[in-house]
Design a protein around this ligand. Structure first.
Ligand code: ATP
Ligand code: MG
Ligand code: MG
Length: 410
């Protein structure tokens, strides 16, 4: 072996040893919810250690990772606490996030001390976590976004925005937004005060209403060298502002729409620094044009389907990207797939258990439960992915689930 190792050409066995050594890294994750859980599950298949920072010892992600050595024990604390973030950084080779609402300044400070840095780049997180700055960034880099306007939290300022953008007007919180919490649709001038009372004390901006026919999404993975690769475009269906269903691939009368969506998503992700997976949410209009809604710099609900339906899942490709390993194929390996979120309908967790049991009898359905102890209305408790050989077969398998889903499907 010693003789061989002197050779300048690398034999396949040596290449794979080099790869294994590279994979022998420790990844720190800010946040231990369901995205961290699925990321950790993916990491375990590649012998990649993960250390999770979140409040509590039994969060969804921590439940599934028993540390392989004392040095990689999880950390109990807030992912918004600078001291805890520094402690996490001292234990890992690279830091990543399952949520963008983190302290970008602390990440900027520690990124140079980490062997493989922080991914996505803290500068990317800083831009994306303020939706107004994100929109300006996208507009300045030529991404198609609908008109938007900065506003002050006053009736007169919002009136001024409405004069430019019209009604209905989408009033959005610039920060800490998720699942539509932070959005208010103002349908007429008389509702401005109500919008302000709901979004009080939050920094705001206004967006022109987009009369979309479909919401679509594309996952894009970006390597440390800036190379990007996109997954197929999918259709996302929201219920009460929360992702309800995803259909892959996107079906549309004009088949060029899907490729156009991928191009828009890839071009947008290229404008950001750092490696990893990004979820790009878009609106499709009746004339086939596309507007970019927002970008998540992390694994995304619209990419859960990739676990069963694509050659490499969004989670594995995120790990490959941040560890500078070769990116995996993003191709679909089934003709048709759907993802159904299992959302809490009430505080009764038995409804979730019962529904999941029934889903087990659907062939081709994969049930993912997130291990959350408490159920609440609208809380993401799990999801189901269905793969099928045709759209017709997919609908047949999906129908009984939609009929029985807690809270109903409409
Ligand atoms: P997420 O959980 O995806 O992060 P969020 O709280 O950041 O959600 P948005 O994605 O901005 O919220 O908006 C939530 C939903 O509201 C969108 O998926 C879309 O259905 C609708 N929406 C957002 N902006 C507009 C708009 N300008 N015009 C019409 N509908 C919109
Ligand atoms: Mg968002
Ligand atoms: Mg969104």
């Amino acid at each position: 072996i010693a003789e061989e190792s002197k050779s300048t050409t690398c034999s396949p066995s040596f290449a794979s040893i080099a790869l294994l050594q590279k994979m022998d890294k420790t990844v720190g994750i800010l946040g231990g919810g369901q995205l961290g859980r699925m990321l950790a599950a993916s990491a375990s298949l590649l012998n990649i250690d993960v250390v999770i920072l979140d409040v509590g010892d039994y969060t969804p992600a921590k439940q599934i990772v028993v540390p392989r050595k004392p040095e990689t024990a999880h950390i109990n604390g807030s992912f918004a606490d600078p001291a805890k973030i520094r402690e996490l950084a001292s234990k890992v080779d690279v830091l990543t996030v399952e949520i963008e609402h983190v302290d970008a300044a602390v990440l900027e400070e520690i990124e140079k001390n980490l062997p493989l840095g922080v991914h996505p780049s803290p500068s990317t997180i800083r831009i994306i976590q303020d939706k107004f700055i994100q929109k300006e960034h996208l507009k300045n880099h030529g991404s198609p976004v609908s008109a938007f306007f900065p506003v002050e939290p006053t009736v007169s300022s919002i009136k001024q925005a409405a004069e430019k953008l019209g009604f209905p007007l989408m009033l959005k919180s610039r920060t800490l937004a998720y699942d539509g919490r932070g959005n208010f649709v103002i349908r007429e001038e008389s509702k401005i005060e109500e919008a302000l009372s709901v979004l009080k004390d939050r920094p705001l901006y206004a967006e022109k209403w987009v009369p979309f026919v479909k919401e679509i999404a594309v996952m894009v993975v970006r390597s440390t060298s800036g190379e990007v690769s996109s997954y197929p475009a999918v259709e996302t269906v929201h219920k009460d502002n929360i992702c309800h269903l995803v259909f892959a691939p996107l079906r549309s009368r004009d088949p060029s729409v899907a490729n156009h969506a991928r191009q828009v998503a890839e071009a947008a992700v290229k404008t950001f620094k750092g490696a990893g997976i990004f979820g790009v949410e878009m609106f499709l209009l009746a004339d086939g044009s596309i507007y970019l809604n927002e970008i998540a710099p992390r694994p995304h609900n619209s990419g859960h389907y990739t676990i069963e339906a694509c050659e490499t899942s969004q989670y594995e490709n995120h790990l490959r990207a941040i560890l500078s390993l070769p990116l995996g194929s993003t191709a679909l390996k089934v003709p048709s797939a759907a993802m159904l979120n299992i959302l809490g309908a009430s505080s009764n967790i038995d409804e979730i258990t019962q529904f999941s049991r029934e889903a087990l009898s659907i062939p081709g359905a994969s049930i993912h439960l997130y291990g959350k102890a408490d159920c609440r209305k609208g809380r993401k408790m799990g999801h189901i992915t269905i793969v099928a050989q045709s759209d017709a077969e997919l609908r047949t398998k999906l129908r009984p689930l939609l009929e029985k889903i807690p809270g109903g499907s409409s």
